[in-house]
Unconditional design. Sequence first.
Length: 388
Amino acid sequence: MSDELAALNKEQDKEQANSDISKSTKHGITFHVEPDDVKRLANLCGQLDSHIKQIAKHFKIKIYNRGARFQIEGDLGKAKAVKNLINHLYHETHNGTQITPDLIHLLLREAKAEHSYKRKKSSANHDDSHIIKTPRMMIQARGDNQQDYLKTIREHVLNFGVGPAGTGKTYLAVACAVEALMRDEVSRILLVRPAVEAGEKLGFLPGDLSQKIDPYLRPLYDALNDMMGSEQVEKLIERNVIEVAPLAYMRGRTLSHSYIILDESQNTTREQMKMFLTRIGFGSKAVVTGDITQIDLPRGVQSGLRHVLDVLKDVEGIGLIHFASSDVVRHPLVQKVVEAYEKSESIEKKRSDAKHAEQKRIALEQSAQLQATHAILTAAPNNQDQDK
């Protein structure tokens, strides 16, 4: 009897353990961040726990915290990924990093699953090749495409970065140029853009030619100021170490020991693109960036970027990275806007292709009918001769 009772108790204990495991799988985990520091916790959680709410909304789970104690309710796999993310962010606060919604947004894109998050963060933490060092800041490549972009820029003389706005194509290229200048790998930086209007005319803008062109080059100035400071940038521009110029000013020059970036290259013509690429001299590196979905050239003029991607597709030694809407590192809404436009353009292309196919079918039918009619008319006189 006692043996039967012991067996029954053992079975009940086993069922209770399985129930606890099931409950743990369903409800997630509890953990503490260490050391318990009020200022670091405030930085981590954000005002009114806004950072924690942002993470919870992304993973569609519930996060509760009291001081350094966190409780995560939801899918166990997601809970572990969130635990790793929170611990990583808390570690960053020790280094003095200010946690912002933008930083969390970038990390959330890398933490879609626990395995992906661990792999990428481990790689980022132990591989300096994904980090660009500039005088005022350190810039880390985010996501696979940005990391591949950074790798190809460092390995190739000529590189192309193609994709939608907000994917970091120009910013990373400028950062690489600044890093190369600081290391004395090049003697100067040239930042070039075609001065093509997006719906407006240069002639209507006030000022001389320099002042008219300046707005088109402003994004490049902004990136330089972020990385080096406006005073340092102005000094280097005065000494011609940094030159920011419209593409038209490149004709006839040979650029040696320079870091050359052609931005907004989708607005170059075929001739302009060829002219730019043939400016590259010894000891130089060139990066060409552009978005083939935002071409502002006059109707009927082929984009130099579209053309060169086809011309150079089989040439070895050229780096090419295609960015997608998932690589957008600006506000999350920007990614949604890009995706919406891509969807709309895809639908329009399908409609256009279907319309063209229908027109071709109708033309073929009409041609067949004309041929049949011509055959009948041609045969009619012969039939009349036979009747006679």
